[in-house]
Ligand binder design. Structure first.
Ligand SMILES: [Cu+2]
Length: 99
């Protein structure tokens, strides 16, 4: 019997992800935050950690592929909010408890 190599676990550990931060004008309350979160989840179905803050005027999420920012900006604009900026950066997934 050969040695079993858990390839899948290794590739999961090394998988690159992306964090996107949007500056959004027009969010006034918690309802606006969930509205924006819903739009993000609709445009980016695999988005994780979707979070919006009307206080900071900011939304962020994690995704496995670089998001289509034109599509996202368009969808947010359609609902009456304005995207002031969008920034996507590599995101290193944290694996707690490994060492
Ligand atoms: Cu609101």
């Amino acid at each position: 019997m050969g040695m079993y190599t858990p390839k899948r676990i290794n590739s999961e550990r090394e998988r690159a992800m992306f964090k996107t931060i949007l500056k959004i004008d027009g969010m006034m309350c918690g309802m606006c935050e969930s509205h924006i979160n819903d739009i993000i989840r609709k445009v980016i179905p695999n988005a994780k950690k979707v979070n919006s803050s009307h206080g900071k005027g900011e939304s962020s999420f994690i995704s496995e592929a670089e998001p289509n920012s034109e599509e996202l900006i368009g969808a947010i604009k359609e609902t009456g909010y304005k995207v002031l900026s969008i920034k996507t950066e590599p995101y290193t997934k944290k694996f707690l408890g490994l060492f």
